[in-house]
Design a protein around this ligand. Sequence first.
Ligand code: WQD
Length: 335
Amino acid sequence: MKILVAGGAGYIGSHVIVELYKKGHKAVCVDNLYNSKIKAVKNIEKLIGEKLPFYKIDCCDKKKLETAFKKEKFDAVMMFQGYKAVGESVTKPVAYYRNNIDSALTIIELMDKYNVHNVMFSSSATVYGKNAKSPITEKDKALILNDITNPYGETKAMIEKILTDKAHADKRFNVVLLRYFNPVGAHDSGLLGEDPNGLPNNLMPYVAKVATGKLPYLKVYGNDYKTKDGTGVRDYIHVVDLALGHVAALKCYKKKKENVHIYNLGTGKGTSVLELVKAYEKASGKKVKYKIVARRAGDVDRLYCKPAKANKELGWYAKRDLYNMCLTSYNFENK
Ligand code: WQD
């Protein structure tokens, strides 16, 4: 298949493109490089061994994005584009709604115009809201939006709704919603990884900076949660396992019965902040200094999934362990 990968120069999108090519698919990368670098496109080309068609376009710019639809014949679209910093979304909600929703609607309208009916959306475990009980299944979706603790998560839930309503209105439209838990780690080559502009919001990229001496210590946001060691528990999944989940999910486009497919992509295992720190020290051989500080607003005690549906229906399993997640993250950060 030939796939438009919106946000394809980003952390998840770049790893997905590499796995698509390994399975014989082709991709066209569209990215405005707001939160990614052209270096990622060059490194993808090194890994796929050929030129990657790349358009530096903002997916909210319908006129420009249409040039890609006009020129290329897409069999499917993968939507990774969008702002993704939870904390920032609380302080800049309108920018998040404008960018994330507008880009999604723009893509869907162009898909309609150019008869592209297969879409895969990068959703998030955040759509389960703060009251979901782990292990979480696909049926546990938060029923009301304000159960979700931040505008970033609400944009994910809204785009899921837009795609679902579109699929109900148009049976040719085929939607796959992939709800990521916590993507971490980097490509074995050390050429691709999580490379956020500015201070990392998420745990592992922050730990990576402490382990490589770029930041003095990690702030552990609270150790009074109802968990094994009091620190937050999450379901960390290696980004390459996550990418392989997208390739496995392409088979949904052959299923004619239903046209909305929803899967959790996680390991089903919960890991605490302190357990991750210890694993990182073991993998990197470096000390990771930390200080316990106050809880971060919006954090929940634990969040991990039941990946049984993806395992069974997609034949997909997360295979890489926490040690490998830390080792590949460290190798990438060290490069
Ligand atoms: C993990 C744990 C923190 C940083 C969010 C989004 C999700 C996805 C991933 C975008 C928590 C603790 C963190 C730090 C810490 N979004 N922590 N010190 O919040 O589970 O998920 O990011 O890709 O949709 O909801 O991820 O990595 O920020 O936090 O103690 O400096 O680490 O309290 O327990 P989170 P996270």
